[in-house]
Design a protein around this ligand. Structure first.
Ligand code: GGG
Length: 326
C-alpha cells in the first residue's frame, strides 16, 4: 500500500530538519510517496500568500503531513494547516533522554493540547491606536472532543488518568467550561482526573515533574507549558508533536524556525525525526516507529550531537548516525 506524505518544510530550520526526517523515512522499507509544498515567510515574500491553496489542499488530502516550522507567518500557516486535517488535539510528549544533560532528567510527560480554539481562534482586533482586543473562544464540543481523545489515550495500563491544567479561577466562563466539560467526559468514561491551575503547574512541574503524567490543557497553555517542559529535558530540539484529526494528521517538531541558527546546518533534527516516528505509528508501522525512536535514543546517548546539546555535529551527521542504527 502506498502512503502519500505531504512534506511542508516551512521556514528557517524547518528547511533543514524536515529533509532530515524524510531521509529517515526513506531509509525504511515502506512505500511512501512524498509530495513537497511551500508555506511560510519565504513563499509569502515571493507570492503574497503564506499558505498557497495547493499546499492547503495537499495537507487536506495526503494520508499524513510532515511540517517543519513557521516564523512570522505562523498564524497564517500552522493554524490553517492544522485545520486542513481537522486536528482537534496536539499531542506533545516531553521526556528526558538517557545521557542528555537535562534540568529534570526524571521528566516524562505528555501534553494533550486543545488545537482549534482558545486565544488561537484568531479573533483579534485593533480597535484604536491605543487598544487592541482578543476574543477567547471555548466550546463544549471542542472540549468534549479533546476529552474523549484523552480518555482513549490513557485507557491502557501505562497511565492512571490525566491532569487538567486550566485557569478557571480567573477565566471562569471559558476555562470553567473547559474544565467542567473535560471532567464530565472523564467521569462518564470512568477515567480518573485531577486538576491544577496552570500557573501552579508551571512551578510544580519544575520542582518535581514526576507529579504529572498526561496533562490536558487549553490551546495557549499547552503551547507554553510544553515549551517549559522542553526546558526541563534539554531544549526544544527534542520535542515532537502530532496534530491528530479524525481522518488524517500532521506531524511537526514543537520548535519554530530558530532564526539564530537557520542556514548553518547545525539544527537538531531529533524533534522532527521523532515526529516522523509518531507519523509511522499513526499509519500503523509500530515496529518501524519503535526502531526510529530507539535509534534516536541511542544517538542522543552516544553522539554525535548538535551544538544545542553541547556537541559539534551537523544536522546531517546526526541524521546519518540515526539512519546507520536502523
Ligand atoms: N513547528 C512548530 C512551529 O513552527 N512553531 C512555531 C509556533 O509559533 N508555534 C505555535 C503553535 O504551535 O501553535
Amino acid at each position: 500500500m502506498t502512503h502519500e506524505i505531504a512534506v511542508i518544510p516551512g521556514d528557517g530550520i524547518g528547511q533543514e530538519v524536515t529533509p532530515a526526517a524524510v531521509e529517515v523515512l526513506e531509509s525504511l522499507d515502506i512505500d511512501f510517496e512524498f509530495a513537497e509544498a511551500e508555506a511560510g515567510d519565504a513563499v509569502k515574500a515571493e507570492t503574497g500568500e503564506a499558505l498557497p491553496q495547493e499546499t492547503y489542499d495537499l495537507a487536506a488530502s495526503a494520508d499524513a503531513t510532515l511540517f517543519g516550522a513557521a516564523g512570522d507567518t505562523a498564524a497564517d500557516v500552522i493554524l490553517p494547516l492544522r485545520g486542513a486535517v481537522d486536528s482537534f488535539v496536539n499531542v506533545r510528549p516531553a521526556k528526558a533522554y538517557p545521557g542528555v544533560d537535562a534540568v529534570r532528567p526524571e521528566t516524562d510527560l505528555v501534553f494533550l493540547r486543545e488545537n482549534t480554539e482558545g486565544v488561537y481562534a484568531g479573533h483579534e482586533d485593533r480597535l484604536t491606536q491605543d487598544v487592541s482586543t482578543l476574543t477567547r473562544v471555548v466550546t463544549e464540543s471542542a472540549s468534549e472532543r479533546l476529552a474523549e481523545f484523552a480518555c482513549d489515550y490513557v485507557s491502557g495500563d501505562e497511565h492512571d488518568g490525566f491532569t487538567v491544567a486550566h485557569k478557571a479561577n480567573v477565566m471562569r466562563e471559558t476555562d470553567g467550561l473547559f474544565r467542567d466539560t473535560v471532567r464530565d467526559v472523564a467521569d462518564e468514561n470512568g477515567v480518573e482526573t485531577d486538576e491544577v491551575l496552570m500557573d501552579a503547574f508551571a512551578t510544580r512541574v519544575c520542582l518535581d515533574p514526576t507529579q504529572f503524567d498526561v496533562v490536558v490543557c487549553p490551546n495557549l497553555a499547552g503551547d507554553v507549558l510544553s515549551d517549559l517542559a522542553a526546558g526541563l529535558v534539554g531544549g526544544l530540539g527534542l520535542l515532537p508533536s502530532a496534530n491528530i484529526g479524525p481522518e488524517r494528521a500532521l506531524f511537526e517538531p514543537v520548535h519554530g524556525t530558530a532564526p539564530d541558527i537557520a542556514g548553518e546546518g547545525v539544527a537538531n533534527p531529533a524533534a522532527t525525526i521523532v515526529s516522523a516516528a509518531m507519523l509511522l505509528e499513526y499509519l500503523g508501522y509500530d515496529d518501524q516507529a519503535a526502531a526510529v525512536n530507539e535509534a534516536v535514543e541511542a544517538t542522543l546517548a552516544d553522539g554525535p550531537r548538535t551544538p544545542d546539546l553541547g556537541g559539534g555535529a551537523s544536522t546531517e551527521d546526526v541524521t546519518e548516525a540515526i539512519i546507520d542504527r536502523l
